[in-house]
Write a protein that binds this ligand. Sequence first.
Ligand code: CAA
Length: 378
Amino acid sequence: MDFNQTEEQSLIRSMIREFAQTEVAPKAAELDENERFPVETMQRLAELDLTGMTLPREYGGAGLDYISYAIVIEELSRACASTALILAVHTLAGIPLYQFGTEEQRKKWLPKLVNYELLGAFALTEPGAGTDAGSLQATAVLDQSEYVLNGTKTFITNGAEAGLFIVMALTEQGVGTKGISAFLVEKGTPGLSVGKHERKMGMRGSSTTELVLKNCRIPRENLLGKEGQGFKIAMAALDSGRISIAAQSVGIAQACIDESVNYAKERIQFKRPLAANQAIQWMLAEMETDVNAARLLTYEAAHLKETGAPVSNHSAMAKLFASVIAERCASKAVQIHGGYGYVKDFAVERLYRDARVLQIYEGTSEVQKMVIAGHLLR
Ligand code: CAA
């Protein structure tokens, strides 16, 4: 692995950093406060060709490599984690469509995801099937030329705004994960509705909702991949998705360093800046070291993904480590800010709340350990 960024990756970093710091960061607190979806920022991301970043140019995508993608998610998260999450899950929906879709499916939907005519979402989780994703209960029954979908999906990021859902449902009972299939379901399909809106601790600028399927009829052509392939499609998508959550973690942790360094230089106690105290310096040094290690693991996973090598193990390690350090950095950042870190006037209060879910979504830390141990012991 080459530790130097390519010229293209450096250009993308400076472009997205400039955009994120000038247009995204100033809105982060307001999105959080009002639980507001960043309509205008998502439109700007589409104009910047970032809503189809990893998709090939033949479908209108930017054809960027995965390290560039990680850089974009990292820099966006550094400014506003909710905005980065919306883009990451939108990208997550495009990955299986490209990887497992027929040419007709790709031509029909990928350009719409790329130009942001449709926002993507990924509907795997159910009330009774979280970590044990393979135990889902939603069903899809073939009725002549249509599948009829029934069930409830939960914790669906982008649920309120998405135009295209990748939905996992059972086409065969009693055969475990081999009975799960994946489907493409468009917003507006009769029988598809958005249920409960979750009120969250963090990531409040992104919507998280239930998705209710009641005799929802979709054309047979909307089956993604083959019947029974749905669990593997979902797991393969999450292998890539977990790299973006690692990148999100790095961005949030970096923001914690940025805020802490500034504050430690400005805040005067005992007639000198906080930064003059070794206790503060040590915390900053530990944060910096943690973030660098997490960034390297993340870029390594992204690099492997780019080469086409198996990535489950490395994306799990990157997500496991980076999500833990994000919370650790956020905790230290709050500590450095003292009482001011506990109030909403300072960004670290939001960063602390946003960081918590990184160890939960797209597979808990415990799931990542199952994946890593599974590779060690096979
Ligand atoms: N790629 C391809 N196939 C895979 C795979 C992968 N990464 N991982 C497993 N499989 C295959 C296995 O090879 C196996 O196939 P065979 O039956 O042919 O041998 C099959 O899938 C079943 O595998 P397991 O027996 O390992 O499955 P399991 O039921 O024990 O579950 C698990 C394993 C790792 C716990 C999995 O259920 C899991 O990852 N759970 C967490 C789910 C998750 O991440 N949810 C996040 C929801 S999405 C989200 O959060 C997005 C958002 O909105 C932010």
